[in-house]
Design a protein around this ligand. Structure first.
Ligand code: NOJ
Ligand code: CA
Length: 684
């Protein structure tokens, strides 16, 4: 029998050991600079209809190799990405099943480990149904964790920061209400799960290339600090339908002793396939405004009429009395188009333009939207003409209300309608329980649906930004028209009771590990009651913090989410949003600690311009900024958009001060950051 196999990362900091335990159970362990990241942990998959892939294995072959290439993403945080790893491929045979083989492939990078199960083409294995994947991550202790309750339907929770041993006690309070939610265990956790060990390691567990498989959550054994994979079931309780040859998604463990390295890791992108798109010229990062926040705050409505029920194709909207609060009307949309054009933005998102919003929510309604019929007060052709005359694109909105069957039914027609009317990007949404009923947002059926919409969109040269869809796993490398996702608690929750002041200091370490987030920053009027007196929510950051988010929350799609009327009162601060880039040559982390603060700087794509963002949690601090990222010997002008001396997120969020400074690579700046505050710097 072959002995244990050991490989190291290219820089030798990480060591992976694979071996079979006594009863032929595959196991692996991982160290970083001789510290234990993953203690011996078992691997396997329990199946329903064929003998399980759990034990009785022998190693029939092992292969080691090295890979090193540099590739350029279509858009991203850096223009070149190095994909450098050492690989171990183990072929396992199982005595119980004659001539049946599986493989486990490990890729060890300088920033962590990825591994997956592979099921090669073979006579004795074709179709099989997964009961549960049993991948373990045995941790070295009771780490501090930044966690969300494990749930089959939503990630829109606030992150809880606690030791793993405290998860069970804090679970109930963590499960806050959502339009669709299915928590599954008192110690269930979502990925990306960010942790910090007592011996100073930052460890992040997630998955890469989630394709034709269900989403993985983790269940914690809180006595032994062992995490185990927990897949999302379908309506019948099964967790996956596979057909060989096939493979699981990659299970990823990013690790470092520096928090900033986690933010810079490209491991998840590297584990995804290169894009096969030949022409990517139609894919472009976008800065946009939207007819949106006014509905979220309750100032206006998506719906056109106040009636309890409507029917697609039957209701005659011209006979309904308009409610007077419908925001997506031709005149009002033109105001947004004017604002976008005046300020050099690219696009205007318009929600609530199509019929069906009167009873879209909470009714489990199948035929809810058709995605092509506008309300009587929304003139598609005229708006297209008007926007095009000003060089502005309108972003389409497809809310499915969870009725996915209905969306697929209309998808081709809806995309054709977009092309005919000049739309090249769509924001889609999946609020509420899924139809087909009994399916979950994160099951294999839905994972396949989300990818289908992205692939179909590519045929029409359409870019996709999907809300409430599966959290990203780096698929934008393969499908760069997937330019955004929400799939976490976005800015909208600032109008639904609020986000914690540390929220955006955590998201880059969790949700953003798999891909960009359409967080929709830029709220300057932080008191929601200014728009809707009945809504007492307020934004839990200062205005300057909102500016910094354009840098700290990476996305090729950035919204200026507040209303033009508010921006027009703060044009000095809005200048940063006008200037900030949405595509980058390079990124540096200046300082970072999950849950506390992040200071990041990025160089704009093909420009001698840098944009820096710094944010803190509820505690004020002094940020230490060195400018070593600048080319040596050259002086630049920096504009600093900072918190006022008396600023704070809860008492004085709109206090800010703008100043200019000459900077070079030797400049050191000590900058005050208010509670819930931040600052942004543009450098030219
Ligand atoms: C939830 C989305 O996150 C939000 O942005 C959108 O406005 C509503 N659904 C309505 O589609
Ligand atoms: Ca949402």
């Amino acid at each position: 029998m072959l002995k244990a196999q050991v490989i190291t990362s290219p820089d030798k900091n990480l060591t992976l050991k694979f071996e079979l335990q006594s009863n032929g159970v595959p196991s692996y362990q991982l160290t970083y600079k001789n510290k234990q990241v993953i203690k011996p942990s078992t691997l396997g998959i329990e199946t329903k209809d064929v003998p399980s892939f759990l034990d009785g294995f022998t190693i029939s072959k092992t292969e080691q190799s090295t890979f090193d290439e540099t590739w350029s993403p279509v858009w991203g945080e850096q223009k070149e990405i190095r994909n450098h790893y050492n690989e171990l491929l183990v072929t396992l045979a199982q005595k119980a099943v004659e001539s049946r083989e599986i493989r486990i492939r490990f890729r060890l990078f300088n920033d962590g480990l990825g591994f997956r199960y592979e099921f090669p083409e073979q006579k004795n294995l074709t179709y099989f149904v997964i009961k549960e994947e049993k991948t373990q991550f045995a941790l070295s202790g009771d780490h501090k964790a930044f966690w969300l309750p494990g749930d089959y339907d939503t990630q829109e929770y606030s992150t809880v920061t606690s030791n793993l041993s405290e998860v069970r006690g804090k679970m109930k309070a963590a499960v806050t209400p959502n339009a669709s939610q299915t928590p599954f265990s008192p110690t269930g956790l979502q990925t990306p799960l960010m942790m910090k060990s007592k011996d100073g390691l930052y460890i992040n567990i997630h998955e890469a290339a989630l394709v034709d498989y269900s989403c993985m959550s983790l269940n914690l054994d809180d006595k032994n600090f062992v995490l185990q994979s927990w897949l999302t079931p379908d309506a019948q309780g099964n967790k996956g339908y596979l057909q060989a040859p096939t493979q699981s998604p990659w299970r990823t463990i990013v690790v470092s002793d520096k928090a900033g390295d986690i933010l810079l890791s490209k491991l998840i992108l590297n584990l995804n396939e290169p894009t096969k798109f030949k022409d990517v010229s139609w894919i472009k990062p976008i800065k946009y405004v939207g007819v949106w926040w006014e509905m979220i705050t309750g100032k206006s409505t998506w719906s056109y009429a106040d009636v309890p029920s409507v029917k697609l194709g039957e209701t005659d909207y011209s006979k309904l009395k308009p409610n007077g609060t419908h925001a997506a009307n031709t005149q009002h949309v033109k105001e947004y188009i004017d604002f976008a054009a005046q300020n050099g933005l690219d696009a205007v998102l318009v929600e609530g333009w199509n019929v069906g919003w009167e009873d879209w929510f909470g009714k489990s309604k199948d035929y809810v939207f058709d995605f092509v019929t506008p309300y009587p007060d929304f003139d598609v052709k005229e708006l297209h003409r008007y926007a095009a005359s000003k060089g502005i694109k309108i972003i389409m909105h497809h809310e499915t209300s969870g009725s996915v069957r209905n969306y697929e039914r209309h998808l081709d027609t809806a995309y054709k309608f977009m092309v005919e009317n000049g739309y090249n990007a769509v924001k889609s949404g999946y609020v509420g329980n899924i139809i087909p009923r009994g399916e979950y947002h994160y099951g294999q059926w839905l994972v396949n649906h989300y990818l289908y919409t992205i692939q179909k969109a590519a045929e029409y040269k359409i870019m996709v930004n999907a809300h409430e869809a599966i959290r990203p796993t780096g698929l934008s490398r393969t499908y760069p028209n997937l330019i955004g996702n929400e799939s976490a608690r976005g800015t909208e929750y600032e109008a639904f009771g609020g986000n914690n002041a540390d929220h955006t200091t955590i998201l880059p370490f969790t949700r953003l590990m798999g891909g960009p987030m359409d967080y929709t920053p830029g709220i300057f009027q932080t008191k929601v009651s200014a728009y809707n007196p009945q809504n007492t929510s307020f934004v839990h950051t200062t205005l300057a913090h909102q500016l910094a988010l354009y840098v700290t929350m990476y996305s090729p799609l950035q919204m200026a989410a507040d209303l033009p009327e508010t921006y027009n009162k703060h044009m000095d601060a809005f200048q940063f949003i006008k200037d900030v880039a949405v595509d980058w040559d390079n990124t540096w982390v200046i300082e970072a600690e999950p849950g506390d603060y992040i200071t990041l700087v990025r160089k704009a794509k093909s420009k001698e311009e840098w944009y820096l963002g710094s944010i803190t949690d509820e505690n004020s601090r002094i940020a230490n900024v060195t400018f070593e990222f600048l080319p040596k010997g050259k002086t630049y002008e920096a504009i600093i958009y900072a918190d006022g001396k008396d600023a704070s997120f809860d008492k004085n969020p709109q206090s800010y001060a703008i100043r200019k400074l000459k900077v070079n690579s030797k400049t050191v700046l000590k900058q005050f950051v208010a509670p819930g505050g931040g600052f942004a710097i543009s450098i030219k």
